[in-house]
Write a protein that binds this ligand. Structure first.
Ligand code: JHZ
Ligand code: ZN
Length: 402
């Protein structure tokens, strides 16, 4: 079996899990294909709500070795994300108490974009841990120190504790949170700081970001749920910030030295409580809005097809795979998706048969419309494509044309 069913909440252990969203059976969003007709294996994509701790979680866990063996997503492709990492590396220096050049580990370092920022900001020894072979090799080519493995005891046995551990866009991908955080605790200096970032569940709900749901994202977090998970592992959240990256993410700071939490902690907890995010009914009404986005998107695609309009996408993101598969879009609706990641070009989006191509094709095809499948980088993508003169389609939070 290449996947297992979730029987209890991975944060609090409760068995009281209720389904609120069903996106049907979907292919794995990052398993881009070599041929358009390749039949992608499909897995259930459903989200459950924990009645006890309010964690949203998928009903299944696909074997991580299938998901991450070879990973086509290269974080450094986006300028916005590169800048985000540069600011983060500087910001950490003001938060930590350590005086000497900071030592750091970045978990799931991808192609090393944050490690590069650490080095540029004058950190001491830095280490990346990355399970995907292609990405670990890219780090090595760039002279970064990396362990090509998952974040587990055996892989880190020889490595000493550090001042800073970062985990950007990986916490939601982890099934065994206890083991993951237990190792963070072990590898953190007594007054070290652990910093994690995840797309924020409150934004996913408020802004109908259902496309962030795919098999890699096992959990969808509120701050309160993260705080609880950290606490079970002996780590205390002492600060939380919201950042615009990936459609709105939270950055949580945690330590094991018992320092006082700042006012952001109670501010987020109160906002989540009063915003209804601890109640099932909030999620149920969100699910209805997701259905209506699909209806709008399908009718817009039909209308453009009838009108003979040329539509291309920009950003062969995992999000795009969820949107297009859930809405049943194919290459007859969207002729191609542009992506600047060389590893994705020449391949096909899973389940849709849509080819992924380089941006030079925009000038040849001159589409009437560009669907921003990576809407979270809209500003950057619009800047790159302004000269084409196309109109933009954005599906999240509502289907619209700009
Ligand atoms: P993007 C990512 O998911 C990765 P994805 C990961 N799954 C995660 O957890 C979430 O974020 C939070 C391309 N692009 O980042 C690059 C250009 O070609 O929205 C990517 O293929 N040119 C770990 O995959 C895609 O678009 C550009 O100028 O849903 C963006 O993918 C820019 C800005 C992007 O997320
Ligand atoms: Zn729970």
């Amino acid at each position: 079996m290449d996947y297992k069913k979730v029987k209890m909440c991975r944060v609090c252990g409760s068995k009281n899990l209720r389904k609120y969203l069903d996106l049907g059976r979907q292919p794995l969003a990052n398993q881009i294909q070599d041929s358009p007709n390749y039949p992608s294996k499909k897995y259930p994509l459903q989200v459950l709500f924990c009645e006890r701790c309010a964690l949203s979680q998928l009903s299944v866990v696909v074997d991580p070795k299938i998901l991450y063996k070879d990973y086509p997503y290269h974080s450094s492709v986006s300028r916005t994300f590169r800048e985000h990492c540069i600011y983060l590396a500087e910001h950490i220096k003001n938060i930590t108490k350590a005086k000497h050049p900071l030592t750091a580990i970045d978990i799931a370092c991808n192609d090393g974009v944050l490690l590069e920022a650490f080095i540029r900001a004058g950190y001491g020894a830095t280490l990346g841990v990355e399970p995907s072979k292609n990405l670990a090799q890219k780090c090595e080519r760039n002279k970064l120190t990396v362990i090509n493995d998952f974040w587990h005891e055996r892989a880190l046995a020889e490595y000493p504790p550090v001042d800073i551990i970062t985990a950007l866009n990986v916490f939601a991908h982890v099934d065994d949170l206890g083991a993951f955080l237990g190792l963070v605790y072990k590898k953190l200096n007594p007054n070290g700081v652990f910093i994690l970032e995840v797309p924020y569940l409150a934004n996913l709900i408020k802004q109908n970001q259902f496309d962030t749901i795919y098999h890699e994202h096992l959990s969808y977090f509120l701050f309160s749920t993260i705080k609880e998970a950290l606490h079970y592992a002996g780590l205390e959240a002492f600060r939380v910030e919201e950042h615009s990256i990936h459609g709105g993410s939270i950055r949580v700071f945690a330590c094991k030295d018992g320092r006082d939490a700042d006012s952001s902690v109670s501010k987020f907890e109160n906002a989540e409580f009063h915003g209804g995010y601890l109640e099932f009914k909030t999620y149920k009404s969100y699910a209805k809005k997701v259905n209506s986005i699909r209806d709008h998107f399908k009718s817009l695609m039909e209308e453009l097809k009838q009108g003979g309009k040329k539509v291309m996408g920009y950003g062969a993101s995992a999000k795009g795979a969820t949107l297009l598969n859930y809405c049943g879009a194919t290459h007859t609706d969207i002729s191609a998706i542009v992506d600047d990641t060389p590893a994705k070009q020449g391949k096909f989006q899973p389940g849709t048969g849509i080819p992924i191509i380089g941006s030079e094709h925009l000038d040849i095809t001159r589409p009437d419309y560009i669907l921003l499948t990576a809407w979270n980088f809209s500003a950057e993508l619009k800047e790159k494509t302004r000269h084409v003169g196309a109109r933009y389609i954005i599906a999240i939070p509502q289907v619209r044309i700009e």
